[in-house]
Design a protein around this ligand. Structure first.
Ligand code: UDP
Ligand code: MG
Length: 317
């Protein structure tokens, strides 16, 4: 029997949290009764610098049942990925395995049983995979699938239709701790850890309450983060494009030389104007892509701390 922590990052989740806590508490009690997990197993909420009553709710939960609820408060809003990392690293000190899940319970908590079972069979990482996406809007579904295809094209292997709902044993968490990246894209890093892994399938539901904290703008920047923090293929594409255009320019040179010899040099205004714009645009694009990576290198070399834990609620046995 293992000590399992459920790690839940929360950002402005005062609407969803009471119901989420109730359901998770019920699940955890049930697991403890079935002797699937030890009595030291807990739910760890990470408050990602919320501006609403999220932390008060977490404090109350901890006061009400310190054997079930732990809490960690980050000093400011760091985003889902860092909040999750903070939670996992905190949980690592007390548990044998941690399961990460969202505060809105869109991920079916009944998949937890199967995850624990797979762990008992020797898996170090168990991925929760959505068997269908009916409850997501067609737009979200299509952009998400487009994103997986794009990532594959960029040479990044992701687990298809897996978000951040997964079980990791302490061995896997120790592995994760060795990745000191500031530009964090957990879904891309975790498959690199290796070990024996498996998948558990579940249906994704609606949010229990509140609104999505991932509007389109955040989704796009998350996707860009994913690509540029894991793949250097965009730079290669640009190099290839540069070689191609250089080859074309040699053809153009031969062409214009022939025209010069035959005395037809006035023609060509259209092609010159077009070339100026095309090359100008491509150069800007190339500089932009390189800048994107230079920016990443800049952030990595600073070795800034990932997050600060302002408060921590944990009752030691
Ligand atoms: N979240 C967070 N920090 C943020 C944004 C979101 O910790 O800056 C948490 C949020 O509370 C939730 C999870 O990340 O538990 C996923 O967010 P959400 O459900 O809004 O995303 P969606 O499911 O719509 O992609
Ligand atoms: Mg959600």
């Amino acid at each position: 029997m293992k000590t399992v922590f459920l790690v839940v990052p929360c950002y402005n989740e005062e609407d969803a949290l009471p119901e989420t806590a109730r359901q998770l508490h019920q699940k955890l009690s049930q697991l403890k009764e079935q002797q699937a997990v030890t009595a030291q197993s807990r739910i760890l909420f990470v408050d990602d610098g919320s501006k609403d009553k999220t932390w008060e709710i977490i404090e109350n939960l901890n006061a009400f049942d310190p054997d079930s609820f732990d809490g960690v408060k980050l000093s400011r809003n760091e985003g889902h990925q860092k909040a999750l990392l903070a939670g996992l690293m905190e949980a690592k000190q007390h548990c044998d395995a941690a399961i990460s899940l969202d505060a809105d319970l869109q991920d079916d908590i009944n998949a937890v049983d199967e995850m624990i079972q797979k762990m008992e069979e020797g898996c170090e990482i168990v991925y929760g995979v959505r068997s269908e996406r009916e409850t997501d809007s067609a737009f979200k579904r299509n952009t998400a699938h487009g994103f997986y295809k794009l990532m594959k094209l960029m040479g990044v292997e992701l687990v298809y239709d897996h978000a951040d709902y997964r079980l990791m044993t302490r061995t896997a968490l120790d592995g994760l701790a060795e990745y000191h990246e500031r530009n964090l894209f957990l879904r891309g890093i975790i498959p690199m850890i290796g070990y024996k892994t498996d998948k558990v399938f579940y249906k994704r539901g609606e949010r229990t309450a509140g609104e999505s904290k991932y509007p389109l703008k955040k989704m796009l920047s998350f996707a860009l983060e994913g690509i540029t923090s894991l793949s250097i293929r965009p730079i290669r594409f640009i190099t290839a494009l540069g070689i191609l255009i250089f080859a074309l320019s040699i053809i153009m040179l031969v062409y214009s030389f022939i025209r010069y010899i035959t005395g037809q040099t006035v023609a060509g205004w259209t092609s010159i104007v077009f070339s100026v714009w095309a090359i100008g645009g491509l150069q800007l694009l190339a500089i932009g892509v390189i800048g994107e990576y230079v920016g990443k290198i800049y952030l990595e070399t600073k070795h800034r701390p990932q997050y600060f834990i302002e408060k921590s609620l944990h009752k030691d046995e």
